[in-house]
Design a protein around this ligand. Structure first.
Ligand code: SF4
Length: 238
């Protein structure tokens, strides 16, 4: 539990400690167990605790790196700063040479995304759903413009390094995204078309699909035809 697998640019499979900085969240995405209206117990790591945990696992050879995400705390910028702090402490104070994948908060200042790329091997921004209409219905606080804007910032950073070898390091393992499938009646060809356009426009390394998985005891007040979903398994503090 809490360890996932990913692939490095040269094709090696690596084990990553996959955790949330916190499962507290200001947003209310209806497919997410950590949404604001969910009654799950909340917990939060400090950046220093995540660093200690990562180094402990890494030194014991249990993981080759960290995959860090977070619910939205206080603001997009503040949350992104906390994620960057973890990566910076690992790289600069602990000389961590392992793999770092940081989930990017779409609404964060592009300057913060650029900073994240200095420390992370891979950055990812979740597209969340295959169509803008699905996003508006199920995650109304998220905006396709912000999501694609963040992808564009990452794309530009990666291209800059490719075109200017002396440019500062930026996410050498590129970017990926995650799309939830099965949340509504979007057909397969629309899903594949959406993925194809992301690969083409932003040169994504991978679109990950996450199956919609109902949570049986979800509150009845959630205004959904289907129950809210567990989007993926991630270790949270507690
Ligand atoms: S998907 Fe992310 S932003 Fe939306 S409620 Fe869950 S943790 Fe918050």
């Amino acid at each position: 539990m809490g360890i996932c697998h990913s692939y490095t640019p040269d094709g090696r499979c690596v084990s990553l400690l996959k955790i949330l900085l916190t499962n507290f969240c200001l947003y209310d995405c209806q497919y997410c167990v950590n949404r604001r209206s969910s009654d799950v117990p909340r917990a939060r790591f400090t950046p220093e605790e995540v660093v200690t945990l990562t180094m402990d696992f890494y030194r014991r050879n249990c993981v080759s790196g960290l995959f860090l995400s977070s619910g939205i705390i206080r603001s997009a910028d503040y949350t992104m700063e906390q994620l960057i702090r973890v990566a910076r402490l690992l790289r600069e104070e602990h000389e961590f040479r392992g793999y770092i994948h940081l989930k990017t908060i779409p609404e964060a200042d592009p300057a913060l995304i650029e900073q994240a790329g200095r420390y992370a091997d891979r950055l990812s921004v979740n597209i969340e759903l295959p169509t803008d209409a699905s996003l508006q219905t199920l995650a109304p606080e998220k905006h396709i413009g912000s999501i694609k804007g963040a992808m564009q910032t990452i794309y530009t950073g990666v291209q800059t390094v490719l075109n200017e070898p002396r440019a500062p390091r930026f996410a050498p393992a590129g970017q990926s995204t995650q799309m939830i499938v099965g949340a509504d009646d979007t057909d397969d060809s629309t899903i594949l078309h959406s993925a194809q356009s992301l690969y083409g426009n932003f040169k994504l390394r991978r679109v990950y699909y996450s199956a919609f998985s109902p949570i049986p005891d979800s509150p009845k007040s959630v205004p959904l035809a289907a129950p809210p979903l567990m989007r993926e398994h991630r270790f949270v503090p507690g």
